[in-house]
Design a protein. Structure first.
Lengths: 204, 204
DNA sequence: ATCGTTCTTGATAGATCGCTCTAGCGATAG
DNA sequence: CTATCGCTAGAGCGATCTATCAAGAACGAT
């Protein structure tokens, strides 16, 4: 029943999930071994199968859901902290670019690499990534709708935002440049601005 | 010196590259074994190391460059076949969506999965993917510039296009839906249209 | 104190990984 | 014919992979 910190140290399970999230994000799912995860987590090997009887796949699913929720919260926080949605979008892309540079172009989307790897090879994990993306779309749609954009336009704006963000991450990591994030962010901000300036365009 | 077809069958090297391209695209780089590649290619295992003394990494680099060039040609062909750039963009996204559906959401970008996997773990392969992306940016910039868009705006439009495309691929494969490709394509088409309608906006 | 449960721990199995190595086939040149 | 060379062919190496297993430590409940 130990969920954690009598001491300041996170529980073994938490450390495994955290280490798995970091390694899956940077090296992908198939490229990361359980041995490497437990080494990074400073956890005994057997604990993986104690907490995740379903093995690597179950750990992967939990990592996807956990870090997906965390990243969604990051987006919501950026949107709520900003005076308007356009600024929120700009801030979010700028923050993503900053993180990317600070981590040596390692930390971008927490689930994209895994998502592409498993999309055609592992149905349970594919479903986990689909659930996360669906949740992000709902989050963004709600945020833009609250700002006065029609439901349908808000949804399409969110999908365009996520597409631009994920794609910019691919280019940015490969090219080791933040230019794609800047261009993509400005592109989405412009579209959001247009929808807010001429609100009739986006009533759905 | 056999580059191929006295018979109709492609050379062993070609079959290995083709099989590698298909498997890396669908399952990723670390998720694909050399044994699986030679089985798919109906080639002897030893031939891999005959043609690619550098092993899996060298094969990966050749696959990236080959299929990157082929995909670039596909883009150029779509742009040249279309009456105007906006239609070209729409056709290209629509064609990508069609391929995705026809292959059961397996065949999207030929190098994206590999690019994310190796971006922080394998510098030679990362450089190969960076070269391909740089080539695509040059291709798109030239195509849009030829249509009358200023050099700088053409470059940014191309980066926005590639970001939207790659990101839409991620979402589409995970969600098993073409909606992201449709939304992203329309978004890029709209931006291209705006740059062509008001050409002064894009003189750089 | 004793029991039961939860969690820790690492050795180990069985499969697969990338890669090396040697042997041999078949076409061509001399 | 013989020699050479490009390529075929696959057995096998050490390493690593996921997963299993049995045993012990920690701890609360009775």
């Amino acid at each position: 029943m130990n969920a954690g910190p009598a001491t300041g140290r996170p529980s073994t399970k938490e450390r495994i999930v955290t280490a798995g999230a970091e390694l899956f994000r940077r090296q992908g799912y198939t490229g990361t071994g359980l041995k490497q995860i437990v080494a990074e987590a400073e956890a005994p090997f057997g604990s993986v199968y104690h907490f995740f009887p379903g093995g690597k796949e179950q750990l992967g699913a939990e990592v996807v859901r956990t870090s997906g929720a965390a990243y969604g919260a990051l987006f919501t926080a950026a949107m709520e902290a900003a005076p308007d949605p356009v600024t929120g979008v700009r801030d979010f892309f700028a923050g993503a670019a900053r993180t990317l540079v600070e981590t040596g172009y390692a930390d971008a989307c927490p689930i994209a690499t895994l998502a592409l790897e498993v999309a055609s090879t592992n149905e349970p994990l594919r479903e986990a990534t689909a659930e996360v993306f669906t949740g992000w779309i709902a989050l963004g749609t709600a945020a833009f709708a609250q700002a006065g954009i029609g439901e349908r336009a808000a949804r399409e704006l969110t999908i365009a935002l996520l597409s631009a963000l994920e794609g910019a991450f691919v280019l940015a990591r490969a090219l080791r440049s933040t230019e794609p994030l800047e261009v993509a962010g400005e592109s989405v901000a412009a579209r959001a601005s247009a929808l807010l300036t001429a609100p009739d365009a986006g009533r759905g």
